[in-house]
Write a protein that binds this ligand. Structure first.
Ligand SMILES: [Zn+2]
Length: 417
């Protein structure tokens, strides 16, 4: 006896309608729809051609500095200033404050269908491990609602203060899942990368780097990231966020780098909410908007995905946590408007991001966790372009969010006046 049977569900890649069965939190039955062959189930959820997707995956978010707009005394339009303004605000962060803002973001995220999230916890001498501790406790508390991976993230660099190496070690001891790094904060990029990769190697953890966040075609630390990934044998376990300078680089060099990234199995995470806001302001041409070059990377076979990065702060005054908002933004800014592109953008937010995060037990397949979203449409384009409320979100077979949209029957209301 199944716990839930989803009947006549549409999926992204085939035109057939399938029945998906769940028991004890796992997917245990997948077959083309048949009214008589499906096993018995305690609950039946009739989808009638609606899309059933695996949970959305947010691969890159900063929960600890989300929702700060009302504390900012000035608007910010430049990366260095965004870091300074946020550094100043961070001095007054407490564990409770970080926890409360993070929880507001997570509540919203779960209602949008996010079942997995990788968040960057800031490690610096002023905050110490406050953010790390808050993220680890959220991760434990919300197990069974959302899976959280915590990145130990040295936002201000590793070598500006002698306490940083020790703080990074302590962050790992507290339970970091990923070693973070940032190529544009320390002068010596190769020492920075050696520190990050050595730590990842010692701990058996993956690496997630903020890389080349500018319009400068000469800022190409990605080349050193590719070398380090090969040198340390970390192929497939390294993700890079931003990577916007690559979009400004000369074509021949950019093509070579994209091919080398695919070879080294480096995942690229586009963060267009922040990139479009902070980049491209000095360009007299006015049309280069500072994004990760999505089409170039896809052409060379790189696993390109996208994330929210920030939610309403100095780096990004926008943001709702809905990955599909970010996907639509990329569709609009990166010439990704076909039906095939819509399916690709949904694939990036699900299985593509799950691949970058190395998630076990993910996807719609036998034996995977039943982390599932019931959408109100069967069409990838209308899901992406209209982004309707997610009807139901399941985490390991348990309903964790349900949103009903009620529209009254206008004709029965009669006219006014
Ligand atoms: Zn970031």
């Amino acid at each position: 006896m199944l716990d839930i049977l989803f009947t006549k569900s549409a999926d992204l890649h085939t035109n057939t309608l399938r029945d998906i069965g769940v028991k004890d939190g796992k997917i245990v039955y997948i077959a083309n729809h048949s009214s008589d062959a499906a096993p018995e189930s305690r609950e039946i959820c009739r989808l009638e051609g609606k899309l059933l997707l695996p949970g959305l995956v947010e691969p890159h978010i900063h929960l600890d500095k989300a929702l700060l707009l009302d504390r900012m005394v000035e608007d910010v339009t430049e990366l260095r200033r965004a870091i300074e303004v946020t550094s100043h605000l961070k001095q007054s962060f407490t564990a409770e404050d970080i926890y409360e803002r993070s929880m507001r973001v997570i509540r919203q995220a779960v209602s949008k269908g996010i079942t997995h999230m990788r968040c960057h916890a800031e490690i610096d001498p002023v905050m110490g491990l406050t953010s790390m501790e808050a993220m680890v406790s959220l991760k434990k508390q919300l197990k069974g609602i959302i899976n959280i991976q915590v990145v130990a993230f040295p936002q201000d660099g590793l070598f500006h203060d002698e306490r940083m190496p020790m703080l990074m070690q302590q962050a790992v001891a507290l339970g970091a899942d990923v070693i973070g790094g940032i190529t544009y904060m320390d002068k010596d990029v190769s020492s920075h990368l050696d520190f990050v990769y050595q730590m990842a190697e010692e701990q058996g953890l993956p690496v997630d780097l903020h890389v080349d966040f500018s319009d400068n075609p000469k800022q190409l630390a990605i080349k050193e990231v590719i070398q380090a990934t090969t040198k340390y044998g970390m192929q497939g376990k390294v993700s890079v966020g931003h990577l916007t300078s690559l979009g400004a680089a000369e074509q021949e060099e950019a093509e070579r780098i994209a091919a080398d990234m695919a070879e080294a199995g480096i995942h690229a995470i586009s963060l267009p909410l922040t990139d479009l806001y902070l980049n491209g302001r000095g360009d007299y041409k006015g049309d280069y908007r500072g994004l990760t070059p999505i089409s170039l990377l896809l052409k060379h076979g790189v696993n390109v995905i996208y994330g929210s990065n920030n939610v309403q702060n100095a780096f990004t005054p926008f943001g709702t946590t809905d990955p599909l908002d970010v996907g639509l933004l990329l569709a609009q800014t990166s010439h990704l408007g076909s039906a095939r592109d819509a399916r690709q953008l949904l694939q990036m937010a699900t299985t593509g991001a799950a691949d970058a995060l190395g998630l076990p037990n993910y996807g719609i397949r036998i034996g995977a966790d039943a982390d599932l979203i019931v959408n109100s449409t069967g069409d990838a384009r209308s899901l992406l372009y209209e982004r309707p409320e997610r009807e139901r979100v399941y985490k390991q077979g348990r309903l964790v969010s349900q949103t009903e949209v009620k529209q009254h029957d206008w004709l029965s209301l009669g006219t006014v006046g």
